[in-house]
Design a protein around this ligand. Structure first.
Ligand SMILES: Cc1cc2nc3c(=O)[nH]c(=O)nc-3n(C[C@H](O)[C@H](O)[C@H](O)COP(=O)(O)OP(=O)(O)OC[C@H]3O[C@@H](n4cnc5c(N)ncnc54)[C@H](O)[C@@H]3O)c2cc1C
Length: 316
């Protein structure tokens, strides 16, 4: 299989060897064997169908803000959701938002807040696509996707297109049935409520101000580790003396210890070694095992021995 055959089968340009550093917020990562930007839901569906039909490993991604791509790259077909259509159906003081998988979560949060629709303000600082926000049950400021989602249109593990209700998505803290599964989210619907422009605008400003004051602006993937029950991962890393610690071009942010930043020339390997260092030091000092919130994607060889952290390719 070559990229021109894939291009004609999928009906959208498939590139070979696209650098993944261009498609993730950490700005690291080697080439994708094959790469396609799905600008419509139809292309997204076809890319998945074709990959399944020709037994090519595939993975669908959003903005790459929760992924560490390996320096050696990724086998198979990387499908970026660039389908970003949305529409609002309003009925007096409630509205249903329909959004495609590639819609920008912060853009929608901003746009809807300016129209006086409440429900997504908490997401204003999360640089996510809508589909991946559902996969991760993204959340902030005490709210999350599970609070507002009504249903999603997906391709299930057997390749069938089906609709799931919120309760079928098995949401938990930064978790859903989609994480680590072969299912692909195409679009979803959310319930919003009418609120005063002042109230929604005030929450938006407060959340934006909070982020600016507490989070670094250098390239990162947000929180590297989940907060273990009863702890804050950042506080544990800071207590282990690692704020500002560096491995190559990767650094524990002096602003927020659960954010690891690329200071300019970091490799994925640098970031992985810094992640390991934090896990070891925190375990030594606090006896707590930090579990990554970010995902490791690609070919790591012996670098990732722990089964829970093995890179995962959706094999057809
Ligand atoms: C500065 C910064 C701040 C952040 N703050 C927060 C925060 O406050 N709260 C929070 O929860 N997260 C936060 N994050 C982390 C991150 O933005 C979220 O996890 C987000 O939901 C990931 O979105 P993405 O589009 O980048 O997903 P990606 O990293 O591209 O993908 C994430 C996962 O979803 C899968 N996936 C993507 N799209 C689909 C699809 N359509 N169907 C099936 N699987 C799919 C991917 O394969 C991957 O497994 C932050 C990140 C940064 C960089």
């Amino acid at each position: 299989m070559d990229n021109s055959t894939l291009t004609s089968l999928i009906g959208a340009p498939v590139k070979a060897g696209e650098r993944l550093a261009r498609h993730c917020s950490w700005r690291v990562g080697g080439p994708a064997e094959y790469f396609v930007a799905a600008k419509t839901v139809e292309v997204l569906k076809r890319a998945v169908q074709v990959a399944r039909a020709v037994a090519l490993p595939y993975r669908v991604i959003g903005r790459g803000t929760n992924i560490l791509f390996a320096d050696t790259g990724v086998r198979g077909l990387l499908i970026v959701t660039a389908c970003d259509h949305h529409r609002l159906t309003a009925q007096s003081d409630a509205a249903i938002l329909y959004a495609e998988a590639g819609a920008s979560l912060p853009l929608l949060a901003n746009t809807l807040a300016k129209q006086g629709w409440a429900g997504l303000e908490w997401a204003v600082g999360i640089p996510s696509a809508m589909g991946s926000a559902i996969v991760n049950n993204a959340g902030a400021h005490g709210s999350c996707i599970a609070d507002v989602i009504q249903q999603a249109r997906i391709i299930d593990g057997e390749g069938r297109e089906i609709t799931l209700t919120a309760s079928e998505m098995q949401f938990a803290y930064r978790q859903s049935r989609f994480k680590g599964s072969r299912e692909v989210i195409l679009s979803a619907e959310f319930l919003l409520k009418r609120d005063s422009l002042e109230a929604v605008g005030e929450r938006l400003r407060r959340f934006n101000d909070y982020r600016r004051a507490t989070q670094p602006s250098d390239p990162s993937a947000g929180s590297v580790f989940k907060n273990p029950p009863g702890y804050y991962a950042g506080a544990l890393i800071e207590a282990a003396g690692l704020k500002g610690a560096q491995v190559g071009g990767a650094m524990v942010s002096p602003v927020h210890a659960n954010f690891f930043v690329n200071t300019g020339a970091a490799s994925a390997h640098d970031l992985l070694r810094l992640i390991r260092l934090a896990q070891e030091r925190v375990a030594e000092r606090s006896g707590v095992r930090l579990e990554p919130e970010i995902e490791f994607v690609g070919e790591w060889g012996e670098l990732i021995p722990a089964p829970a952290e093995r890179p995962f390719d959706h094999a057809a």
